[in-house]
Design a protein around this ligand. Structure first.
Ligand code: ASP
Length: 297
């Protein structure tokens, strides 16, 4: 039986549902996670991923995405890509069709176009209106992204299956990053070790939230390595987050979330501050789990 996890209440629900549908058809985890993230990227109601997401301070949408397969640690990522969706599919192409791990900016866009992705305008009417508000100074500081005008809706997905009885893990992420960020800014999400990590010997982990802090913590790698030392997924996430709380004074400026899935199906999540929802699909069962910031405990 496969297990698929996705972050945040609204996009996470869409992501696991679509990924599961695809998994049932293809029995391929890379396909499933790509399909889940693609569904979110193409839905303009999700304001922190793909089409119709919140832009940088120039009013340009710059997208980041990554995928890693724990079978052999293959990975592919793109960052700061303009005018292309779904970028998760471009990241997968980087993983499968090049010798590289990551392509950035205009060159990533060129690679996408050369591989048949049509360039398109990602600014919807809703986003154009929000850009006007931002330029007029009518956007409060705390307003970053998401449908609820809250922060993170980056979708990070973790998947596990065991074809032929041998566990295989895939991790993937897609985001428009921090709204109103400096042009060219790249967060944790497309960075292997920070936003995602997967190693079939152990399991996989991912992150969402304040990318600068998650990256400094190498959060996904740290959680994976904690599981390698025998921690449960929940313990691994909590250990990672507690170290961030101890060492990184800005880790509570916004939520920093770490999620993990061990290669035996055990899963968990923890965050520095605020609230977080994780969708979990295990066979026919779909559940949503809520977590509260460890700064309150
Ligand atoms: N981690 C993402 C970034 O910093 C944002 C998020 O997850 O909300 O780009």
């Amino acid at each position: 039986m496969a297990t698929i996890l996705a972050t945040w209440e609204a996009p996470g629900k869409t992501a696991v549902a679509r990924a599961w549908e695809n998994y049932v058809e293809t029995l391929n985890l890379r396909n499933a996670l790509e399909a889940g993230l693609e569904a979110c990227e193409l839905d303009p109601t999700f304001l922190a991923i793909g089409l119709g997401s919140l832009p940088n301070s120039d009013g340009e949408i710059e997208l980041d995405a990554a995928m890693m397969d724990g079978a052999d640690l293959s990975c592919g990522a793109v960052c700061a890509v303009r005018g292309i969706v779904p970028v998760i599919s471009v990241a997968r192409r980087v993983m499968e069709d090049t010798r590289h791990n990551m392509l950035a900016g205009d060159a990533a866009r060129r690679f996408a176009i050369e591989n048949g992705f049509g360039p398109r305008n990602l600014i919807t009417e809703e986003i154009a209106r929000r850009i006007e508000d931002w330029r007029a100074g009518n956007v409060p500081e705390a307003y970053v992204h998401s449908t609820s005008d809250d922060h993170g809706d980056t979708v990070t997905m973790l998947g596990l299956h065991a074809p032929d009885g041998k566990p295989n893990c895939v991790a993937a992420s897609s985001t428009s990053g921090w709204a109103w960020k400096m042009p060219g800014r790249v967060g944790d999400s497309p960075i292997v070790g920070a936003g995602i990590y997967a190693d079939d010997e152990v399991g996989c982990a991912g992150a969402t939230g304040l990318g600068e802090e998650l990256w400094k913590a190498c959060a996904s790698f740290r959680a994976t390595e904690a599981m390698r030392r025998g921690r449960t997924a929940q313990e691994a996430c909590e250990e990672t987050v507690r170290q961030m709380l101890r060492r990184q004074p800005h880790s509570t400026d916004m939520p920093c979330v770490v999620l993990a899935l061990r290669n035996d199906g055990d899963f968990g999540a923890a965050l520095t501050t605020g609230e977080f929802e994780l969708w979990v699909r295990k066979g026919e069962t779909e559940t949503m789990h809520r977590y509260t910031g460890l700064d309150r405990t």
